[in-house]
Ligand binder design. Structure first.
Ligand code: CA
Length: 219
């Protein structure tokens, strides 16, 4: 999942950004001052940072110093009319800017376009040495292609999108086979067994008593 850091000291604006981007399927973290943002940038990896210019502590421009070495794209949030801010931001290496007050649709469009430009779109899912490319529908393990049936592929996606969640056999059946579960748990069990074998994920995909299965991932 794409992870976005929002650095904005005006709480209502930060909340609005958080809500809109979360609803659009991004994972967001909000910080309200520059120092906290600088620390977070040292400790964590983000796919994109939304950066307000005027911040307590370290301002948005200065934060570019922390950002630049990480190669993380940034979008500045600037006040209306502050043209010099926008130019300075872009010169410092920001990928785009949004002017307050902004429309949600514009925000989402700019975020999407920067992520696309920086190849941060969510087309690859990985775990261990397994890489799933959701655009080409291919799976590799240790760089070697793994041949999966359509159902096994859907099952793998379902697990990767629900890491550490105990998935009921009924849910798995409905999501992968797309019909009502008629108590045919053998179909689910068989496919899980095959997927485990093909990916050597005997320890990863575990049985959950009376429920179904879970993909175990250390966070
Ligand atoms: Ca501000």
């Amino acid at each position: 999942m794409i992870k976005i850091l929002i650095v904005e000291d005006e709480k209502p604006i930060a909340d609005l950004l958080d809500m809109s981007l979360t609803a659009a399927g991004y994972r967001c973290e909000c910080l309200h001052d520059g120092m906290a943002a600088a620390r977070a940038l040292e400790e964590n990896r983000y796919d994109l940072v939304l950066l307000d210019v005027m911040l307590p502590g370290v301002d948005g421009f200065a934060l570019m110093e922390w950002l630049a070495p990480t190669d993380t794209p940034a979008i500045f949030i600037t006040a209306r009319g502050a043209v010099s801010d926008r130019i300075k931001g872009l010169k410092l290496g920001a990928d785009d800017y949004i002017v307050k007050p902004f429309e949600i649709a514009e925000l989402l469009a700019r975020v999407e376009s920067v992520l696309r430009r920086c190849h941060k779109t969510d087309s690859r899912l990985t775990l261990d040495d397994v890489v799933v490319d959701t655009q080409s529908h291919t799976v590799t393990k240790g760089g070697v292609p793994v041949s999966l049936t359509a159902k096994e592929y859907s099952l793998l996606l379902l697990f990767l999108q629900n890491k550490n969640a105990a998935l009921f056999r009924e849910t798995i059946y409905e999501r992968v086979w797309g019909g009502d579960f008629m108590g045919d748990s053998r179909t689910v069990d068989l496919h899980v067994q095959r997927l485990r074998k093909k990916l050597d994920w005997g320890d990863r995909i575990t049985a959950v008593y009376k429920v179904g299965y879970r993909l175990e991932v250390e966070e």
